[in-house]
Design a protein around this ligand. Structure first.
Ligand code: SAM
Length: 259
């Protein structure tokens, strides 16, 4: 099929066989595993994945690509047309998950929607065992950045509060056609078993983290002044900046705010 890559859908198709092999090895598919691939495109990952799975679900927004996959009529493949930002991953995981089989969400994601999509997926984290995504390298660096580093940001705190994350592969633009303008990287995300925030506490974490990072260069004394009567910030913390506070401490503050 001749398919012209669509910029609005963030279409950069993987071409490099070595990289494709490495990503599939990282996903480590096995017959019973429940897997959904976001944005299969022309199938760089899809076909090698399907070789090792009894069943694979695809979620693709581009109608032409959905038609392409439907025509292929491949055994074990289910194709859904839809926007990943609106898809109910929790319902998918709950309906698919069989006793004991691992449940994974994978994909070479459209970079233009990566942050909102990562936040959207948090709502399904309790039912997912692992996510393996290719993203813009700069975003992955922020996701895995430790407290104290210049890349440590709102995205780092929120996602590290919910997942263990690891950058597992760097991918240069030449691995794609068309080539993106940025470097890419693969991240593995495993929901934290010790996550214990309820919905109200999570919303509180979002609020306090957004306030702390609202002006990166300002001290927390300023950024958190609306919360100061309910949080007991130490002298050191009052003079610190948002990037110096650990994820564990943000979680303590989120809980304290809704006690
Ligand atoms: N997996 C293929 C590969 O590695 O060559 C394609 C990756 S391409 C970077 C991103 C894919 O996501 C495209 O197929 C695009 O049409 C699809 N896509 C873009 N926005 C989407 C959305 N909101 N929901 C679902 N799929 C989307």
């Amino acid at each position: 099929m001749i398919h012209h890559a669509r910029k609005r859908f963030g279409q950069n198709f993987l071409q490099d066989a070595g990289i494709i092999y490495s990503i599939v090895a990282l996903i480590n598919p096995s017959a019973e595993m429940q897997v959904i691939e976001i944005g299969p495109g022309l199938g760089a990952l899809t076909k090698p994945l399907l070789k090792n799975l009894d069943h694979l679900d695809l979620l693709e927004i581009d109608r032409d690509l959905v038609a392409y996959w439907n025509q292929q009529n491949l055994q074990g493949l289910s194709v859904m047309e839809g926007d990943a930002l609106k898809f109910d991953f929790l319902a998918w995981a709950q309906s698919r998950s069989k006793n004991g089989s691992l449940c994974k969400v994978v994909g070479n994601l459209p970079y233009n929607i990566s942050s909102p999509l990562l936040f959207h997926l948090v709502s399904a984290a309790a039912a997912i065992d692992e996510q393996v995504f290719m993203l813009q390298a700069e975003v992955v660096e922020r996701m895995v950045a430790p407290a104290g580093s210049s890349d440590f940001s709102r995205l780092s705190v929120m996602l590290q509060a919910r997942y263990h994350m690891e950058q597992v592969l760097k991918v240069p633009p030449e691995a794609f056609d068309p080539q993106p303008k940025v470097n890419s990287a693969v991240v593995r995300m495993i929901p934290r078993a010790d996550f214990n925030l309820n919905g109200t506490q999570w919303a509180s974490l979002e609020r306090v983290v957004a306030a702390a990072f609202s002006q990166r260069r300002k001290m927390l004394r300023t950024n958190l002044q609306n919360f100061s009567d309910r949080l007991s910030l130490t002298e050191v913390e009052l003079k610190a900046r948002a990037q110096d506070i650990t994820v564990a401490r943000y979680i303590e503050w989120a809980k304290a705010l809704v006690k």
